[in-house]
Design a protein. Structure first.
Length: 236
């Protein structure tokens, strides 16, 4: 049985919010509704979602501010902005923040559903395009066989080690947000999973230390960064 996709929905118009939530749930989506930006901000840190629908004009915290907070936790989650505004500046601001779509009220629920489905198809397509190899300095990382090769030495990685290294490679020379890594690999960012991830980071550091040009560093209060001498990972 296919797992249901989960929608994070923040809308201060309770009647519209309830109506749209019921419609989306009838279409097979798990939909969590929050009626202001602050409630949404607290909730996003506690859950795992596939897509966000954010009303721009909300009390306590607007949709653009909430989107920036969400992007800091999960840089890749799709975001649809929902608004009564039609000004070009507002639309541009939404896309500048990293919005994937922008729907102006009033709209039909069928239109909303089609836009959600189109974005999720695109995101799913990206996820399916797994990169089989990463070249990290002198290392070759085979993501499918879960091996790390240096010359003739081949090290078999555990599934968690491989998943974490793959995530680091996909963000090479960029900050990998700690919460994003936890929710992507462990689903839950609780204390025990966080400690477990620290152990795996330590293991990966030990494996990679044979090449002085490769390093995993801590970014205080944010996460980790995989440093490569070339400035980017090479994908084969």
């Amino acid at each position: 049985m296919e797992e249901k996709l989960k929608i994070f929905f923040c809308e201060d118009d309770e009647n519209l919010g309830m109506l749209l939530r019921e419609y989306l749930q009838a279409k097979g989506f798990i939909t969590d509704l929050f009626l202001d930006g602050e409630a949404g901000s607290r909730a996003f840190n506690l859950g795992t979602y596939d897509i966000c629908i954010l009303d721009v004009m909300m009390p306590k915290k607007d949709g653009f501010t909430l989107a920036l907070e969400i992007r800091a936790i999960n840089p890749e989650i799709p975001i649809i902005f929902l608004t009564a505004k039609t000004m070009k500046e507002d639309i541009l601001e939404g896309f500048k923040i990293g919005g994937d779509d922008y729907i102006t009220k009033p709209f039909s629920m069928e239109e909303m559903l089609l836009r959600i489905e189109a974005i999720l198809r695109r995101v799913k397509g990206k996820k399916l395009k797994d990169i089989p190899f990463y070249r990290l300095g002198q290392f070759i990382f085979d993501t499918q066989k879960q091996t790390l090769t240096l010359g003739k030495k081949i090290t078999k990685l555990t599934t968690k080690e491989s998943e974490l290294l793959k995530l680091l490679c996909s963000h090479a020379n960029e900050i990998l947000e700690r919460n994003y890594a936890l929710k992507t690999i462990w689903v839950d960012d609780n204390y025990f999973n966080a400690r477990s991830m620290d152990v795996y980071i330590t293991k990966l550091r030990k494996l990679l230390k044979e090449d002085p040009d490769i390093e995993i560093i801590n970014i205080h209060g944010k996460g980790y960064k995989l440093i490569t001498l070339s400035g980017e990972e090479t994908r084969e």
